[in-house]
Design a protein around this ligand. Structure first.
Ligand code: UDX
Length: 413
């Protein structure tokens, strides 16, 4: 650097020495000409102008740190409001036992006409059942959303109502490959979530969970984005603690048929926390329990969608094993626990009282019980489920009825 500087100043002097340059101050070479410069400075109040210039310059440098402090505090307000906005899908944050809650100031564009800064958010798996509902929420609150999806289980139909919206973009991309995007937040949902789908190609499932999560965390680190991982209640495996608190470490078979998903998500959680501790990335982890609702794939294979589709199609509801295993299949994690047989009864009441049940052998490593302890979500996020199974099922049933009808008419969605 010094060398460069020297070179530059040498060149400058050479230019000045060029013949014919009337400003060529050969005088610079001769120290005895210094008094002439001082005389020049004192003539026509030039010294006064120099002092005024110095004063303006110092004022700027004194004020500058104060101005730059304003930025992050505005960003903090934006982050807090966006946090409360997304609390319905966030179960646990990293404000955990360690007490660590590192917040990086969010950089980016601040449109002058908005109270809350518009965020640019990428949602991986945004064409899926949960992802597309999240995208709707983010668009509705005014953010810019980029969805990336490989359409393994996601469907364009879930997002078609957003096509043409200038704040929405859709990219066909598999998270197993890196991608570079300038974003403020990353919601990482990409991964098949139904046991039927994730067991279909277990190697691909674990790659998605490990390499996909690494790629997205790498992006978060690179662009300074906040990162949310949607994990699963399956990290608890076949739990020995009931109900399950976030502090429970689980009981998971590492070499079973479900391991690609269970252990894949556990590894994804580990990577998330390592990027937080090691690289200062601001992270959230949500452990989502068995979920149902409109836009689920008709062939999703999870219990609620199976029972609903079967009852609508007048087929027997397939209960695996003895049907005594429990889940709490609402929203993020509803502590209202019931057996599969009890669920079948509710489906009967809502859809068709004459619907029958067919018992089938249960799948390997199927967890016997599952019920979230949501004390932490209640306390930290003021979140709790609002929709009971009896109220929630009809919302899904009308969506399924329409699509099954279209499918029967050869217009399968
Ligand atoms: O047709 C069916 C389908 C499933 N079942 C039973 O219903 C229970 C629930 O099974 P599901 O296939 O719906 O899914 P699971 O609850 O095992 O896991 C799911 O929930 C947690 C999510 O995070 C995961 O993405 C998802 O894997 C199991 O005991 C299963 O054996 C039936 O009895 N009949």
């Amino acid at each position: 650097m010094k060398q460069l500087h020297k070179q530059a100043s040498v060149n400058y002097r050479r230019d000045e020495e060029m013949p014919g340059n009337q400003y060529s101050p050969k005088t610079l070479k001769h120290p005895r000409s210094l008094p002439r410069s001082i005389n020049y400075l004192f003539r026509e109040q030039r010294l006064l102008f120099v002092l005024v210039g110095v004063l303006i310059g110092s004022t700027f440098f004194i004020l500058q740190p104060t101005l730059s402090r304003l930025g992050p505090s505005e960003a903090r307000t934006a982050v807090t409001s966006s946090l409360s906005g997304s609390s319905s899908v966030v179960q646990s944050s990293n404000r955990g036992s360690s007490g660590i809650f590192q917040r990086r100031s969010v950089s980016g564009r601040v449109p002058a006409d908005l109270g809350r800064r518009r965020l640019r958010i990428v949602v991986t798996g945004g064409a899926g059942f949960v992802g597309s509902h999240l995208v709707d929420k983010l668009i509705a609150r005014g953010d810019e959303v980029i969805v990336i999806d490989n359409f393994f289980t996601g469907r364009k139909d879930n997002l078609v109502h957003l096509f043409g919206n200038p704040r929405f973009e859709l990219i066909r991309h598999d998270v197993v490959e890196p991608i570079l995007l300038e974003v403020d937040q990353i919601y990482h949902l990409a991964c098949p979530a139904s046991p039927v789908h994730y067991k279909y190609n277990p190697v691909k499932t674990i790659k998605t969970n490990v390499m996909g999560t690494l790629n997205m965390l790498g992006l978060a680190k690179r662009v300074g984005a906040r990162f949310l991982l949607t994990s699963t209640s399956e990290v608890y495996g076949d739990p020995l603690e009931h109900p399950q608190k976030e502090t429970y470490w689980g009981n998971v078979n590492p070499i079973g048929e479900r391991s690609c998903y269970d252990e894949g998500k556990r590894t994804a959680e580990t990577l998330t926390m390592d990027y937080h501790r090691g690289a200062g990335v601001e992270v959230r982890i949500a452990r989502i329990f068995n979920t149902y609702g409109p836009r689920m794939c008709l062939d999703d294979g999870r219990v609620v969608s199976n029972f609903v589709a079967q009852a609508i199609r007048k087929q027997p509801m397939t209960v695996y094993g003895d049907g005594k295993q429990t889940r709490s299949p609402f929203n993020l994690g509803n502590p209202g626990e019931f057996t599969m047989l009890e669920l079948a009864e509710v489906v009967k009441t809502v859809i068709d009282p004459s619907a029958s049940i067919e018992f089938r052998p249960n799948t390997a490593d199927d967890p016997h019980k599952r019920k979230p302890d949501i004390g932490r979500a209640k306390e930290l996020l003021n979140w709790e489920p609002k929709i009971s199974l009896k109220d929630g099922l009809p919302l899904m049933v009308s969506d399924f009825r329409n699509r099954i009808l279209n499918e029967d008419e050869g217009k399968g969605l």
